[in-house]
Design a binder for this molecule. Structure first.
Ligand SMILES: *Cc1c(COP(=O)(O)O)cnc(C)c1O
Length: 430
């Protein structure tokens, strides 16, 4: 006999904890995990409760292939308004002529631009992956590296920063159709104005991938690449603190090509529930409160870098202009992998990362990437990040007292609760 919980009538109104206690329990455990450790992965954040609500909304039920006013399905009048608001807010926030808010994530935003302007085999110039670039910037096993002829510039050995003379020389040699700037592990300002000059000199188009720093741009704390770029792509879930998703900004002249490249070019129906959440995230990103939050993200990154350096650790480029700090472990006996595992033991969640000119393979690596957006979202201030730096430095020693260090992390988590008042997934409230 069927379990009474599995009747159609019951399923139609029952909540998650009731229907699927296994998944509800795991989501509860994931919430506890997020609450109980210090999240320092530079690409992660804790989004707003309002965004979580929109992501979990009934807009997930709607098919809306096409764009507002030009859909292939009936019943799109409400999601049209949602998507129009999201597009308008994205354009206003970043001062762009056109926005496409349908990319499911950052990788799809980049794919959209590539499909809009490149043909298979075209040459592209981007930041080398082992110097901080992203896999969609031409990794061999990624679609970008398979479809296009990617060439790479790197950072200079002396400064560990992008050397614009080298980029120009490379661009003259390669003659790319598109230049890509921005990356996933580059702690300094991306100077789109300088890339624009280089692109103009070699007749290339410019795409800035601001996936990591778009929150800082929205807050006016990083130069806005939009005026200098033909295309700007981004995620919404990193510094921008919205739902897991992507978007593309471009000049009006490229609007039709971008829209066609995404649909029908590569995606089917848009995730209108996520687009609703993007609209909310863009609204929040335009507030004074958000500018204040990003200001704290920046101040905390400076405090973290200063704390690490004063404890004798090395930080790439000697600091940061952004939300992320790259710990360079080449002068210690620690590999990135060993450091990541030790920090895990003391409840600091980071990811290992190669440093430029790393002699270790990526799975081991000689660096650790550390970001401030998530912990800042739960209220960490500069003093807290000084303590985080001290815990990191204390952990990366032979005789570290792991238990005592873990207790210090737990004390910070207790002082700065995540989603206070949120009851989790064990109970369904109708
Ligand atoms: C994170 C990131 C992306 C991709 O985002 P996903 O949402 O993971 O697909 C693209 N470019 C850069 C530079 C990134 O850091």
């Amino acid at each position: 006999m069927a379990n009474s919980h599995e009747t159609f009538e019951h399923l139609k109104s029952a909540g998650l904890a009731d229907v699927d206690p296994d998944i509800a329990a795991l989501l509860g455990r994931e919430l506890d995990r997020q609450r109980g450790q210090i999240e320092l992965i530079a690409s992660e954040n804790f989004t707003w409760p309002s965004v979580l609500e929109a992501v979990g909304s009934v807009a997930t039920n709607k098919y809306a292939e096409g764009y507002p006013g030009k859909r292939y399905y009936g019943g799109c009048e409400v999601v049209d308004e949602i998507e129009e608001i999201a597009r308008t807010r994205a354009k206003t926030l970043f001062g762009a002529e056109h926005a496409n808010v349908q990319p499911h994530a950052g990788a799809q935003a980049n794919m959209t631009v590539y499909f809009a302007v490149l043909k298979p085999g075209d040459r592209v110039l981007g930041l080398s992956l082992d110097h901080g670039g992203h896999l969609t910037h031409g990794l061999g096993v990624n679609f970008s590296g398979k479809l296009y002829e990617f060439h790479h510039y790197g950072v200079s050995r002396d400064t560990m920063r992008v050397d614009y003379d080298e980029v120009l020389a490379k661009a003259k040699e390669v003659k790319p159709k598109l230049i890509v700037c921005g990356g996933s592990a580059y702690p300094r300002t991306i100077e789109a104005d300088k890339f624009r000059e280089i692109a103009d000199e070699v007749g290339a188009m410019l795409m800035t991938d601001m996936a990591h720093f778009s929150g800082l741009v929205a807050a006016g704390l990083h130069p806005n690449p939009v005026p200098y770029s033909d295309f700007v792509t981004s995620t919404v879930h990193k510094t921008l603190a919205g739902p897991r998703a992507g978007f593309v900004l471009c000049r009006e002249e490229h609007a039709a090509a971008v829209d066609r490249a995404l649909f029908p070019g590569m995606q089917g129906g848009p995730l209108e529930h996520t687009i609703a959440a993007k609209a909310t995230a863009f609204k929040i990103a335009g507030t004074e409160a958000f500018r204040d939050y990003q200001g704290r993200v920046r101040a905390n990154a400076d405090a973290l870098a200063a704390g690490l350096i004063s404890s004798g650790l090395e930080v790439l480029t000697g600091g940061t202009d952004t939300h992320l700090v790259q710990l360079d472990l080449r002068h210690t006996e620690w590999t990135g992998l060993a450091a990541q595992e030790r920090l895990d033991e003391v409840k600091l969640t980071v990811n290992r990362n190669t440093v430029p000119f790393d002699e270790r393979p990526p799975m081991v690596a000689s660096g650790v990437r550390i970001g401030t957006p998530a912990a800042t979202m739960r209220g960490f201030d500069e003093a807290d990040f000084g303590e985080v730096a001290a815990i990191i430095a204390g952990s990366l020693t032979d005789d570290a007292d792991v238990t005592a260090l873990r207790e210090r992390s737990e004390a910070l988590c207790a002082k700065r609760p995540l989603y206070p008042g949120f009851r989790g997934y064990t109970e369904y409230v109708a």
